[in-house]
Design a protein around this ligand. Sequence first.
Ligand SMILES: [Zn+2]
Length: 226
Amino acid sequence: MAQLCFFAGTMDCGKSTLALQMDHNHRARGLVGVIFTRLDRSGEARLSSRLGLSTEAVEVGEDLDFWETTVAQLSAGARVDYLICDEAQFYTPEQVEQLARIVDELDIEVFAFGITSDFRTELFPGSRRLIELADSTQVLQVAALCWCGRRATHNARVVDGVMVVEGEQVVIGDTAEPVEQGEVEYEVLCRRHHMRRMSSTSAHAAALSADVLPFDLNACPVPPPV
Ligand SMILES: [Zn+2]
């Protein structure tokens, strides 16, 4: 029986690489799948990993209906054994529900990959719905490390070198397109340093200016509640 499997992680945890590997393994067994992604770092309808691998993919616009698209493909005589859905945090809750229906009514495997929480530590809507509906949710533990050496569990947004915890949920950094509100980068941090808003840059600056170790948490007290 087909399943809806959600592979969740932080940025830089190797999700897209695993998605590509999953596709390769299934194809090697003679199965046929369709790959979907949204707002991939390459800026086009491709699934690409930081390791430089990539493959063609279908871009998931807000209006894409997974159910209708898949039913249309089957009706046209195409074979579909599985779907690989990358950047699933950006899907709408309705699109995640369509994926669940595809599993249940068409018996097609769906492997979804996504970041669980955003730079404010709040769940993305797509990931929330996946956690609610998936047959299994697997948290990817890859060796992404905070600058302090602890396991990096949270995503930080850094705008012009300063870590921010407010703003639009989705701003794509690390791509060719310049963004209006400043240079946006993302960095993965441990929870301790996310809560204290210490990115690698601010930790380095604190160490230089106050002549203290960045591990001295008093160098950057927890900001007061907004
Ligand atoms: Zn840390």
